[in-house]
Design a binder for this molecule. Structure first.
Ligand code: EPU
Length: 338
């Protein structure tokens, strides 16, 4: 396998920041994966697996091995009257997977259309959009366990999914490199209630035939309007997590700001909308240090001209402070830091 040396991390991540990666290895199969991990160990270097780099922000140089996971695969394993099960390689482009499954008349991932990146990245942060998350359809996944040095199969519950999190993201528990995942899709059409902004789009456009294809097209249109195209504008999608707070904190906020969007979560918690908080703090379109809050969606931070991760850190601190001052809620970064 070939290792490229001193590769710009800005070229590998959609936020287009960061210094140089010492080595980059593109892996096409399980053997390549094992070889790349051994190479890193022989050189006493850390490794980091990247898909499309759309949810990772590089801080500086990475003195280690970037493993670009390009392991392909798209195979129907099983089918009955109501469902079909597919095994999907981690290195497949996620939106092509969604397109193929929707074209096959299946539902379960159509609301996660037009999300940039690769399939194998979706379980890491339990990707979700418009009322669906990958945990809803994921039956099991295959991964290389870098603690035991063997390929393992983890079922849904072993992945520890929660809002934008899993055992693969949490630094305390991350020791797997995902190679494939198995999804169980439904043959039934998607059913309401749909996520409010999706339902509004359907109503506004007189769409009453709720097929997977129609939902996919609606989501593509909504996202095109609210999220920058990574090919044109540098960003990492949603830059902040929607904060999950105790009922007491939410009640206090709602007493002062009754319009604040909020959703019930397990364990009597409430999820707030980071985009709304940033917007109401007057930060939409706010620009400093070469970064900007995206004018069409306050949850997205774009890189207009910043050259270093320090610029992003300064900008991020300013946004967090302004929201904290106004709402006493502390925002947290959503993309992973490298
Ligand atoms: N809002 C504002 N101003 C804004 C942005 C949002 O007031 O500038 C309000 C909206 O009006 C709405 C609420 O905030 O009442 C929530 O906004 P929205 O429904 O657009 O979704 P979100 O919570 O901002 C989340 C995901 C997105 C996903 C959408 C749709 C996170 C961190 N983000 O955004 O995911 O596409 O829901 O399901 O959970 C991503 O992770 O990169 C991503 C784009």
């Amino acid at each position: 396998m070939k290792y490229q040396e001193n590769v710009s991390l800005a070229s590998l991540t959609t936020m287009r920041l960061g210094g140089a990666a010492r080595y980059v290895a593109e892996i096409l199969g399980q053997d390549d994966l094992v070889t790349a991990v051994e190479f890193a160990r022989e050189h006493d270097l850390p490794w980091f697996v990247l898909g499309g780099g759309s949810n990772v922000v590089a801080r500086g140089d990475f003195n280690g091995v970037i493993i670009l996971n390009r392991i392909k695969g798209f195979e129907k394993l099983d089918e009955d009257d109501v469902s079909a099960t597919y095994k999907i390689g981690a290195g497949e482009i996620w939106d092509s997977v969604v397109e193929r499954l929707v074209d096959a008349g299946l539902s379960g991932v159509e609301a996660m259309s037009a999300i940039p990146g690769y399939a194998g990245s979706t379980p890491i942060q339990n990707v979700g959009a418009y009322g669906q998350e990958i945990a809803d359809t994921l039956v099991e996944l295959e991964a290389y366990d870098t603690d035991s040095d063997e390929f393992v199969v983890l079922d849904h519950d072993e992945c520890g999914f929660s809002y934008r999190n899993s055992i693969f993201k949490d630094p305390a528990t991350r020791h797997h490199i995902i190679t494939s995942m198995t999804l169980k899709l439904s043959k039934e059409s998607p059913r309401p209630p749909f996520y409010p902004s999706l339902q509004k789009y359907l109503d506004d456009n007189n769409i009453t035939d709720y097929t997977s294809i129609n939902i996919r097209q609606a989501v593509i249109a909504i996202r095109a309007d609210k999220l920058p195209d990574p090919a044109e504008t540098a960003s990492a999608g949603s830059f902040f997590k929607n904060p999950i707070v105790s009922r007491a904190v939410a009640d206090k906020l709602l007493a002062d700001f009754p319009d604040a969007p909020h959703w019930e979560m397990p364990e009597d918690k409430q999820k707030l909308a980071a985009g709304w908080l940033i917007d109401q703090a007057g930060l939409k379109s706010y620009s400093a240090h070469g970064m900007q809050i995206y004018p069409k969606n306050a949850l997205v931070v774009t890189n207009l001209s910043a050259k270093s991760a320090d610029d992003l850190e300064k900008f991020k601190s300013e946004v967090i402070t302004r929201v904290q001052e106004k709402f006493s809620v502390t925002l947290e970064q959503e993309p992973e830091s490298l």
